[in-house]
Design a protein around this ligand. Structure first.
Ligand code: NAI
Length: 334
């Protein structure tokens, strides 16, 4: 059986998802796309034999579309996810689920009223094999009791439209979800320090920043986020436990030894680093839906991450440790 998927937003990651769903994910095909960049959408649709709709609402209403991937800009996600829930269609929404906690709550309320899970959020690091090794070492206590984690999130550069708030809501949101998932704990407080900005940072954007997350069980996570590091996409993590540590560097590549140097490459961007994770994420989503189940990161995960990201934005603006307050977790997300 083939799951007919519609994709809203065919920019960077949307176009990649169309390609994966059409040619690499088994049990799925792309039957419809929509993007306000209509020419590009039409070209992408033609490439995979899909229809290019005139609006995203037409795609949601399309009776041939059984499930939807949202890869439009973040501020549009909540409204589009709500429409998918109203239509009773499963939806894989790229992060963020919503830009505010309030909008995420609306999504959870609609899903709870629907009565079963329809929403998955695109926190694909949970599918990354290297991160899974880290989680395994925490879960089986190979490193004893987890105490601390150090994380690094560096991009070569980001678009000039990037703002200081997006450092949290678009980039560090991955570390927020990673920390919640690795330690199975909520974040209870955050502190952010932004020092001297890089000369390559967009004017007015605080880059780099150091972020601290305190988890409910006392584990502390620090994140260096640096979005204009120039040299590549460098995502790393080390968890310190009472009996040892587990760390994750860039996946190993060939190295060149010459002229007294050892040279290794760093992934160019997130596409290169997480290509397999995106594929595994989509395959798991499609496999789950074949049995009627949505089992990936939930609207609750999207909500919690959005609240923490906004607390971090506040923490930087106020220069103060900011406590995180979440609503009670609905039983649908137990
Ligand atoms: P992008 O700017 O390349 O693509 C967004 C697309 O949405 C554009 O083609 C734009 O024309 C289209 N669009 C604008 N208004 C629209 C509307 N009303 N309805 C439908 N489409 C509309 O951005 P990119 O990098 O592809 O990011 C898209 C989303 O995916 C963002 O939320 C971003 O945070 C997320 N993302 C997630 C990643 C991950 O690692 N999970 C990696 C990259 C992006």
């Amino acid at each position: 059986m083939t799951l007919n998927v519609g994709v809203i937003g065919t920019g960077n990651i949307g176009a990649d998802h169309v390609r994966r769903l059409a040619s690499q994910v088994s049990g799925a095909g792309v039957t419809a796309v929509f993007d306000i960049a209509t020419e590009r959408a039409a070209e992408i649709a033609e490439g995979v034999g899909a229809v290019a709709h005139g609006s995203w609402t037409a795609l949601v209403d399309d009776l041939d579309v059984e499930a939807i991937v949202i890869a439009s800009p973040g501020p549009l996600h909540a409204e589009q996810v709500l429409a998918c829930i109203e239509a009773g269609k499963p939806v894989l929404c790229e992060k963020p689920l919503a830009t505010t906690g309030e909008d995420s709550i609306k999504v959870m309320e609609a899903e709870v009223a629907f009565g079963r899970r329809l929403v998955q959020v695109g926190f694909m690091r949970r599918y990354d094999r290297a991160y899974r090794v880290v989680k395994g070492a925490i879960d089986d206590a190979s490193i004893g009791e987890p105490l601390l984690a150090h994380m690094v999130h560096r991009n070569a550069s980001v678009p000039h439209t990037f703002t200081s708030a997006m450092v949290m809501t678009d980039s560090v949101i991955h570390e927020i979800d990673t920390a919640r998932w690795l330690f199975d704990q909520e974040v209870v407080a955050t502190t952010v320090v932004a020092g001297r900005p890089s000369p390559q940072a967009v004017a007015g954007v605080r880059d780099p920043q150091l972020v601290l997350f305190e988890l409910a069980d006392g584990v502390v996570v620090d994140v260096e986020v640096f979005l204009n590091c120039q040299y590549g996409y460098d995502v790393r993590c080390e968890v310190v436990g009472s009996m040892g540590t587990v760390s994750m560097d860039n996946p190993s590549t060939n190295s060149l030894r010459r002229n007294g140097q050892r040279i290794e490459s760093v992934p160019a961007d997130w596409r290169v680093r997480f290509n397999t994770a995106y594929l595994d994420e989509l395959q798991d989503w499609v496999d789950g839906l074949a049995t009627g189940v949505v089992r990936g990161p939930s609207a609750w995960d999207g909500y919690a991450a959005a609240v923490v990201a906004n607390c971090a934005v506040h923490a930087l603006a106020e220069g103060a440790r900011t406590k995180v307050t979440l609503v009670d977790r609905p039983s649908l997300y137990a």
